[in-house]
Design a protein around this ligand. Sequence first.
Ligand SMILES: Nc1ncnc2c1ncn2[C@@H]1O[C@H](COP(=O)(O)OP(=O)(O)OP(=O)(O)O)[C@@H](O)[C@H]1O
Ligand SMILES: [Mg+2]
Length: 318
Amino acid sequence: MADALVIDGLTKDYKVGFWRPRPYRALDGLTLSVAPGEVYGFLGPNGAGKTTTLKLLMQLVSPTSGRIEILGRPPGDVSVKRRIGFLPENPYFYDYLTAEELLRYFAGLFGYRGADADARVTRLLDELKLGAERRMALRKFSKGMIQRVGIAQALINDPELIVLDEPMSGLDPLGRRDVRELILRLRNEGRTVFFSSHILSDAEALCSRVGIVARGRLVASGAVSDLVPFGVKGWEAVVEGLDAAARAQLSPAPRALHPIAADRCALDYPADVTPQAIVEAITRAGGRLVSLSPLRDTLEDFFVSHVNAADWERLGPQ
Ligand SMILES: Nc1ncnc2c1ncn2[C@@H]1O[C@H](COP(=O)(O)OP(=O)(O)OP(=O)(O)O)[C@@H](O)[C@H]1O
Ligand SMILES: [Mg+2]
């Protein structure tokens, strides 16, 4: 099946400076593709070029060079516009409408009327947990509530491809969980989701593949399981009841010890010490084990090392 999204050599120069405008390359030869039914996380530090890419997909800015194909067609194609949904980075809506009125308006733009439009609006507002406040003017909405309206707006036309710029932005932990579940629901329905994010744990939990962009270039991409090795890097044991002398007697000795509270500390053991040996060492020293967890590389470790490497490449060796 053809890719849902193809980005090929996409480059964007912004003109900066008033008197002597010169180009600033925000995006430099970005190439990636997203298969139908995939949830793709587009990650990168501030200023990396994520929003620029999403605006180029939506034709809100025009590319300097490169090619985009959405659902097998050029992005300007009217038939494509009906099949995609978009959440901008900072959604801003007409303040005097209520959430319900706004969504009914967007439903109308896609040709839904009457009971069909009402049912769509109600279902999305329910799903995004906007209760009685749906009848309140949007100017009274908090940032997180506006974000939920923005996501509902992006889904009003049952899009096949959903492009979301920082969908978790401004949401509290419950809101983030709701949006995570919503993205999984969209995936289970066979839709394609392309979203930018800074929240790496969300990307790790949701995405089949991720791409990391830094300084306008793709610095890494692939399945999260390929980027982040699943091997255990070590063990962290949280223990209680060990005084300084007992801590010094632990055998095998941990490679590091971090005090947490008066009677509690975390012991860091290397991967080659077995969990049994750790439990026995703690018991022999007279301590109580509170928890024992494997230490693994996370997407965050991977992200930090690749973004730093991109910085290093730009600066060059000193
Ligand atoms: N209209 C513009 N004119 C000039 N430069 C711009 C313009 N829009 C963005 N830029 C620059 O392009 C670069 C990429 O910006 P972009 O908004 O795409 O980053 P981002 O990855 O979305 O960052 P964030 O995580 O902060 O949202 C930045 O250096 C930014 O200053
Ligand atoms: Mg952005």
